[in-house]
Design a protein around this ligand. Structure first.
Ligand SMILES: Nc1ncnc2c1ncn2[C@@H]1O[C@H](COP(=O)(O)OP(=O)(O)OP(=O)(O)O)[C@@H](O)[C@H]1O
Ligand SMILES: [Mg+2]
Length: 349
């Protein structure tokens, strides 16, 4: 089933590979890498489709137990990046490890340790939610009893117990997405890839998926999600990797991205609008060129030094006896930051 945007949401789930007896040393090194630092590492990944460079150069790391959002506009290369990490696509260049396994050299090991769900084709529409979960469990080698137990746990976690015996073909979009993700969690994966988990969902269903991601976070699951929604990246992730035209163009927390892309302002509003002129005067040397931006009886003072500038403004206005009705720091919103970063006129070469 396609979502509103006409695409099938993709959800890929990877789990830690079980230790292998035939190559104990290698497994030890890999486990150290996973436990020590990163559950996902991408270094200079590249992928081209004929004339299209889908991924030009993407590097980032996801610390174990954290949530990273790949944020970017349509065609940025998010899905291609995720698919390389899941070994669905072979990179043309660069390297990556998931749970310590190299996605090219150890593709088989990665594949053995990765479970893919979410393309909806994987779910049997004629089966109920519970039957699908049990089927997944059985396919993954769980005993009948264990598969049923896990199915009931997941139905509970995903608030699908009431719909457990309904055929998946009759599920709403949000329920569908949840059962889809649930099927990927049958064997408690350590790493989960969620490619646009909420695209096409209504606000309530989106909230449900967010709650679910929060739960996974609480369980210590590492999550790489892709999204076009800034709000989603802001709310869900610990760090955001902004991708545009196949390249990482910025990386950091939502706050860091806001700071990196736009200057902060201190907005000052006098109680008495008649004081505006005097206010500009006492602050003039803080304003480049001395030309104040005044709108709605508010004077905007660039605040490159953040709170320090704010304090300076308060001190000066107090000294001048100008009463203020409001003073606030204003930083660019994440939307503004994103638009600035992904400006089509921006030269990325
Ligand atoms: N199989 C393919 N064959 C040819 N071109 C492809 C293929 N897959 C992706 N592309 C192209 O590679 C670029 C990156 O696509 P990708 O799907 O990775 O972007 P995305 O960031 O996931 O976008 P969206 O937000 O729309 O899902 C796009 O220009 C896309 O048209
Ligand atoms: Mg995509």
């Amino acid at each position: 089933m396609a979502d509103d945007a006409g695409r099938s949401p993709q959800v890929a789930v990877a789990q830690a590979a079980p230790p292998r007896n035939d190559d104990q040393n290698r497994v030890t090194v890999q486990e150290n890498e996973v436990e020590g630092e990163f559950a996902i590492r991408a270094v200079n990944l590249q992928k081209r489709f004929k004339d299209t460079v889908a991924v030009r150069d993407v590097s980032f790391s996801v610390p174990a137990g954290s949530i990273v959002a790949l944020l970017g506009p349509n065609g940025a290369g998010k899905t291609t990046t995720v698919n390389m990490l899941c070994t669905l696509l072979r990179p043309d260049g660069g390297s990556a490890t998931v749970n310590g396994h190299d996605v090219v050299r150890d593709a088989a090991a990665v594949r053995r340790s990765i479970m893919l769900t979410g393309q909806f084709a994987a779910l049997d529409e004629s089966l109920t939610g519970r039957e699908n979960l049990v089927l997944f469990g059985r396919l993954l080698g769980l005993s009948k009893g264990a598969a049923k137990k896990r199915a009931d746990e997941l139905l509970d976690i995903f608030s699908l117990t009431d719909a457990a015996n309904k055929r998946v073909g009759q599920y709403s979009g949000g329920m569908r997405r949840r059962i889809d993700i649930a099927c990927g969690l049958v064997t408690s994966p350590k790493v989960v890839f969620l490619d646009e988990p909420t695209t096409g969902l209504d606000p309530r269903s989106r909230q449900e998926v967010w709650t679910l991601v929060d739960r996974l976070r609480d369980e210590g699951v590492t999550i790489l999600l892709t999204t076009q929604y800034l709000e989603e990246a802001d709310v869900l992730s610990d760090r955001i990797v902004v991708i545009d035209k196949g390249q990482v163009i910025a990386e950091g927390t939502a706050d860091e991205l806001k700071e990196a892309t736009g200057a902060a302002y201190c907005e000052v509003v006098p109680v008495d609008h008649g004081d505006l002129g005097r206010l500009v005067e006492v602050l003039s040397d803080l304003i480049p060129g001395g030309v104040a931006h005044v709108a709605d009886h508010t004077v905007a003072v660039p605040a490159p030094r953040g709170a320090e500038t704010l304090l300076e403004v308060i001190r000066r206005t107090a000294d001048a006896g100008i009463k203020l009705s409001d003073i606030a720091m204003r930083r660019p919103s994440l939307d503004e930051a994103f638009l600035a970063l992904t400006d089509p006129d921006r030269d990325v070469r």
